[in-house]
Write a protein that binds this ligand. Structure first.
Ligand code: SF4
Length: 67
């Protein structure tokens, strides 16, 4: 389970219980992953490919793309 965020035809899932706050996402795309904002993921601020590339760097699996 996790919260879903849409970007074009992609769905990003964030599972807060898996997040270890490594901040790879924040370092990768600071305009998209903004922990101080609500919602904290703002997919309108980057392209789909960039978002998918950054999601794939999440070390814990908290961020994933819905297949
Ligand atoms: S990269 Fe993954 S584990 Fe790190 S803060 Fe972002 S969602 Fe959490």
């Amino acid at each position: 389970m996790g919260k879903e965020y849409k970007k074009d035809d992609a769905t990003i899932i964030w599972d807060s219980s898996k997040c270890i706050h490594a901040a790879e996402c924040v370092k990768g795309l600071p305009h998209v992953f903004q922990p101080k904002e609500r919602p904290w993921i703002n997919t309108e601020n980057a392209g789909k490919d960039e978002i998918i590339a950054t999601v794939s760097k999440c070390p814990s699996g908290a961020l994933s793309i819905k297949a």
